[in-house]
Design a protein around this ligand. Structure first.
Ligand code: GDP
Length: 304
């Protein structure tokens, strides 16, 4: 129910547009397919993924066959879920930290303003609620505000934070954070990083160095590289995904601000285009407003 509420805007808009595309239509003809295509593209599903979905529908239903809205919705819903299944594990609902890697190291990347700090705070809250010992690392040393904001979240959640002063070496902070997590026998350490895209080579070098020093403390760290994207920014989110996946190996996505947008389709498009699972979605500013992405719930929320 919370998901439905959080996604109200995406849902209503997507659904009402979808409804209009098929209203009064009795068969899947070119006009209906064109209208569906428009709805998918304008919901930021992305052109490539939209074409895939339309092709799948065309392959499934005989052209000009009578279908009706309900049947068409069902097919769309199944095809979108099938597309997401190629990258997403499916129906996970719990916040989960693997126990065979201790500490489990999560490096969080993304540009400023997308909700990176907030997502880290919400994640720390959920992991702590699961009984996990959490450490935060403030390796976005480029902005004083980033360190302060992470400190605010650390205090709010009640977890330790490792930080240095602004301008210090991010790799040094990351090293200290992972080392501190080991010493404290922590279950999970979440490392914030600076997301400046103005210089791609710098970004790549910095992230590579941060990773390298963490591996001096914990083998194969980071175990997860979580890219945070603002779901309300549409094509910008696609562009950021492109840049970050070029700079480092991104293993999972968090898509934020889906509560305030009619463009929830970005989740489907980015996951498909980059073949990276969406692990979390942000549906508000509050501490509880982060959800484990469940593709069945997500797709259902559009078609209910
Ligand atoms: P950062 O610069 O990437 O670390 O971004 P912040 O975490 O500081 O977030 C930027 C703004 O987005 C803040 O005002 C957050 O409260 C807000 N925000 C983050 N996630 C969400 C979300 O899922 N929904 C909404 N509505 N706002 C969010």
């Amino acid at each position: 129910e919370t998901l439905d509420k959080g996604l109200e805007k995406s849902k209503n808009d997507f659904f009402s547009k979808l409804g209009k595309a098929v209203a009064g239509k009795s068969k899947v003809d070119d006009e209906v397919l064109d209208d569906l295509e428009d709805v998918l593209v304008s919901s930021d599903v992305g052109v490539g993924t939209t074409v895939k979905i339309i092709n799948r529908i065309e392959a499934r239903v005989a052209k000009d066959k009578f279908l009706g809205t309900e049947e068409l919705n069902k097919i769309l819903r199944e095809e979108i879920a099938a597309l997401l299944s190629e990258t997403n594990s499916g129906n996970a609902t719990d916040f989960y930290v693997p126990t065979d890697k201790k500490p489990y190291v999560i490096m969080v990347v993304g540009v400023n303003g997308v909700g990176k700090t907030t997502t880290i705070g919400k994640l720390a809250y959920q992991f702590k609620k699961e009984g996990k010992k959490v450490v935060l690392g403030a390796a976005d040393t480029f902005r004083a505000a980033a360190i302060d904001q992470l400190q605010v979240w650390a205090d709010r959640v009640g977890v330790p934070i490792v930080k240095q002063q602004m301008g210090s070496d991010p790799a040094s902070v990351a090293f200290d954070s992972v080392q501190s997590a080991v010493k404290q026998d922590a279950d999970v350490v979440i490392i914030d990083t600076a997301g400046r895209l103005h210089n791609k080579v710098n970004l790549m070098n910095e992230l590579t160095k941060v990773k390298r020093v963490m591996q001096k403390v914990v083998d194969h760290a980071p175990h997860e590289v979580l890219l945070v994207l603002d779901g309300s920014t549409g094509q910008n989110a696609f562009e950021q995904a492109k840049q970050f996946t070029a700079a480092t190996e991104v293993t999972s996505l968090a898509v934020t601000k889906l509560d305030g947008t009619a463009k929830g389709g970005v989740v489907i498009g980015i996951s498909d285009q980059f073949q990276i699972p969406v692990k979390y979605i942000g549906v508000g500013e509050g501490i509880e407003d982060l959800q484990v992405f469940n593709k069945y719930e997500f797709v259902d929320s559009f078609f209910k």
